[in-house]
Design a binder for this molecule. Structure first.
Ligand SMILES: Cc1cc2nc3c(=O)[nH]c(=O)nc-3n(C[C@H](O)[C@H](O)[C@H](O)COP(=O)(O)O)c2cc1C
Length: 201
C-alpha cells in the first residue's frame, strides 16, 4: 500500500503522444503545422483538444481537413524549433510574450511536405505515421470556453515502410518509437511490459 499526498499540479500532462497537425485554408501558400499532445483515438475517430487561440483551430473552422502526423522521438528538436511559433499573422495578445508569427514552419523545423490523397493539407514526410482525417464534430471545452474538442474521422493512414508488416495492416512495434510529451518534457517509449488479450500479433 502507498500513502498519498494531495498536490495541486498546474498542468495534468501525465504523458501523451505528440502529434503535428497540418491544416490550411484554400488561400494559403504554405500549410500550417501545429504541435499538440491532447490527442487520442477511439475506433476510427481522433479526439483533439485545441486552444481557440491556435491558428489550427481557425483553419479547421474554415476547412475541416487535416493530417495528424505522428513524429518519432528523435524528431523532438524539430518539434521544439517550431514550438514558440504560430501560423496566425496577428499573434493573439495572450501569446505575444512567448510566441511569434512564423509563415513557414516547414523550413524552420526542417520538415518536407508530401501531397495527401484524401485531404488538401500535405503530410509531413519525416513523420513515420501520417493520418489523413476530416472533422466531424466540434464541442466547446472547459468552463471558460477557450478551447475546443475536435472529432476527426480517419480517412487514410500512411506509414513509413520500415513500420509496415508486409501483407498486413499491422505496425511493427519493434520499429515504432513514438514521442511522448510528459509535463512539457519529451520522452521516448520505454520497454514493453505486457500485452493485452485483444492484441492481434
Ligand atoms: C509538444 C507540444 C504539445 C502541445 N499540445 C497542445 C495541445 O494539445 N493543444 C493545443 O491547443 N496546443 C498545444 N500546444 C501549443 C501549440 O502548439 C501552440 O499554441 C502553437 O502556437 C499553435 O500553433 P498555431 O497557432 O500555428 O496553430 C503544444 C505545443 C507543444 C510543443
Amino acid at each position: 500500500m502507498y500513502s498519498t499526498l494531495s498536490i495541486d499540479p498546474s498542468v495534468f500532462y501525465f504523458g501523451t503522444p505528440v502529434a503535428l497537425l497540418t491544416t490550411g485554408k484554400a488561400s494559403d501558400a504554405v500549410a500550417n503545422i501545429t504541435p499538440i499532445s491532447s490527442a487520442w483515438a477511439l475506433d476510427d475517430t481522433y479526439v483533439l483538444g485545441l486552444s481557440n487561440l491556435s491558428h489550427a483551430m481557425s483553419n479547421l473552422r474554415e476547412n475541416g481537413e487535416l493530417v495528424i502526423n505522428l513524429p518519432d522521438a528523435p524528431l523532438w528538436e524539430s518539434v521544439e524549433r517550431i514550438a514558440k511559433t504560430t501560423g496566425a499573422t496577428k499573434v493573439p495578445p495572450l501569446k505575444q510574450e512567448r510566441y511569434r508569427y512564423e509563415p513557414n514552419k516547414w523550413a524552420l523545423g526542417g520538415f518536407t511536405p508530401r501531397p495527401s490523397e484524401a485531404v488538401a493539407p500535405p503530410r509531413i514526410a519525416q513523420c513515420p505515421v501520417q493520418i489523413e482525417a476530416r472533422v466531424t464534430n466540434m464541442t466547446p471545452l472547459g468552463a471558460t470556453g477557450d478551447a475546443t474538442t475536435v472529432h476527426a474521422k480517419v480517412l487514410r493512414t500512411h506509414v513509413h515502410r520500415c513500420l509496415a508488416m508486409p501483407g498486413t495492416s499491422h505496425i511493427n512495434l519493434e520499429a515504432w518509437n513514438p514521442m511522448y510529451y510528459t509535463f512539457r518534457h519529451y520522452f521516448s517509449q520505454g520497454e514493453r511490459v505486457g500485452v493485452n488479450f485483444r492484441a492481434e500479433w
